[in-house]
Structure formats: C-alpha cells, structure tokens
Ligand binder design. Structure first.
Ligand SMILES: CCCCCCCCCCCC(=O)SCCNC(=O)CCNC(=O)[C@H](O)C(C)(C)COP(=O)(O)OP(=O)(O)OC[C@H]1O[C@@H](n2cnc3c(N)ncnc32)[C@H](O)[C@@H]1OP(=O)(O)O
Length: 210
C-alpha cells in the first residue's frame, strides 16, 4: 500500500483522528521519530555557531544520510511526508507541527510551538512562517470530510510578535460555504493575546482540476 492510498484510507475518519487499524504503515512506526529528529536538527543548526572543524564533520554526516536515502526517492503520490495523517504535522517539517486538542468538522483547536528554525529576528517568528501555519491548519479544516479544495486567498493580520520557542494556541473555524467557496478564520494566541489572525477562502476543485 502506498502512502497516498494509506492517507485516502484514513481520511474518511477525519484528518485530525486517523484510524489506521491493523494496516502496514508506510515508513514504519519510526518515520515520525525521523521527522522529529529532522525538526530538532533544523532548530539546532539554526541556533548553532560551531567551530569550522565541526561544521565540516556535520556536513559529511548530513551528506551521508542524504546519500543513503536518495535511492529510495519515489513519485509524489508515493511519498510518505505529508501523507501520514497520524503523525504530528503530517510528517513534514515545512510548517511547524500543529497538535490538535479538540476538533469537529467545523472547528479545531490545538497547540503549536515555532522552533528556532522559524526565527525572523528579535525572538519573533518570521512573517512568512505564520501564514504557512494558517494555510496548513485552515487547509486541513477546509478539506475535513469534504471534496478537496485549494487556497484562493489567505489574509493574515500580524497583531503582535509571535514568539519563538513558546507554546501557542491556535483556534480555527469553518465559517460558511457558498457553492464551491469555503470561508474559514483562525487566530493564534500567546496566552491571552492574539498574535495573528487570518481569513482564508478555499475553493473546492472541479473534477480533473490539479
Ligand atoms: C493527503 C491529504 C492532505 C490534506 C491536508 C492539506 C493541508 C494543506 C492545505 C494547503 C492548501 C494550499 O496551500 S493549496 C496551494 C495554494 N493554492 C493554489 O495553488 C491555488 C491556485 N489557484 C487555483 O488553482 C484557482 O485559482 C482556484 C482553484 C483557487 C480557483 O479557480 P477555479 O476553480 O477556476 O474557480 P474560479 O471560477 O476562478 O473561482 C470560483 C469562485 O471563487 C472566487 N474566487 C477565486 N479566487 C478568488 C480570490 N483570490 N479572491 C476572491 N474570490 C475568488 C471566484 O470569484 C468564484 O466566485 P463565484 O463567481 O462562484 O462567486
């Protein structure tokens, strides 16, 4: 079973609560650990000022890992990253891992921590990383139990700095549907303060539309 087929199998249960059952899992039980290790590496490298000899050693080690994995490159529909709905962040490191706590088809609430990798400056998350998180969470909610849609627009307001290394809460809501158009909103909280909020339009794809 490919990762894509596996994702299709679990999607009817809802993207926040996959129920894989006794199925072989693409990448095995340890795939999530590998992705967590990659997240840790990204944060560590971003924050490190190592001596040159250690940089050379790390570069060699990274190239060795890459060379070992490269022969296992597969087409998009078979890739595991992004398709493992049972893993934090769908097993990808592009966006910070969102951990859902409560959800249904019309809303989701959860936690997220932007690691050092997402630093913009002065302790604040980069302004491009916040919309990435909103697109990820709103996109999943927009498609929750529904035909696949794509982001048509995503309006983001930056209300305060979003701090790096702090656990934040994100609440997202499916507001309404008009034909193929789905309107969703979300807000990101640092304690009691909103650091950013968003409104997104997601348009359901017609059959055959990429
Ligand atoms: C394993 C599973 C993982 C699942 C988990 C996945 C989670 C991650 C999700 C990430 C989601 C993404 O980032 S998706 C990637 C980023 N987005 C894209 O690449 C989309 C690129 N754009 C497009 O493909 C297209 O423009 C579409 C599909 C958005 C719309 O094109 P279309 O299908 O031809 O529809 P069209 O007739 O133009 O528009 C339909 C209606 O929407 C309105 N509309 C369209 N665009 C806009 C707009 N920007 N602003 C206002 N309104 C708009 C139109 O006026 C119209 O309204 P009316 O006349 O009917 O009233």
């Amino acid at each position: 079973m490919t990762a894509r087929e596996w994702a299709g199998r679990v999607h009817p249960a809802g993207p926040w609560e996959p129920d894989p059952g006794p199925m072989p899992v693409p990448g095995g039980a340890g795939f999530g650990d590998m992705i967590d290790a990659l997240r840790e590496l990204q944060d560590t490298i971003t924050g490190a000022a190592p001596p040159p000899h250690l940089v050379e050693q790390a570069t060699r080690a990274l190239r060795e890992v890459s060379a070992a994995l490269k022969p296992h490159t597969v087409p998009e529909r078979e890739q595991i990253t992004g398709h493992r709905m049972d893993l934090r962040g769908r097993g990808q490191t592009m966006a910070p891992a969102f951990v859902p706590d409560e959800w249904d088809d019309s809303r989701v609430s959860g936690r997220v921590t932007f690691g050092r990798h997402y630093l913009g400056g002065n302790g604040a998350v980069h302004g491009g990383a916040v919309p990435l998180l909103f697109d990820e969470v709103l996109g999943r909610l927009a498609n929750s139990g529904r035909r696949v849609s794509r982001t048509a627009y995503l309006h983001v307001n930056f209300r305060r700095i979003t701090p790096v290394g702090v656990e934040l809460r994100l609440d997202a809501k499916f507001e309404r549907e008009e034909g193929r158009k789905r309107f969703l909103t979300a807000a990101l909280y640092d304690g009691g303060h909103v650091t950013a909020d968003a409104e997104g339009l997601f348009v359901a794809l017609r059959p055959g539309q990429p």
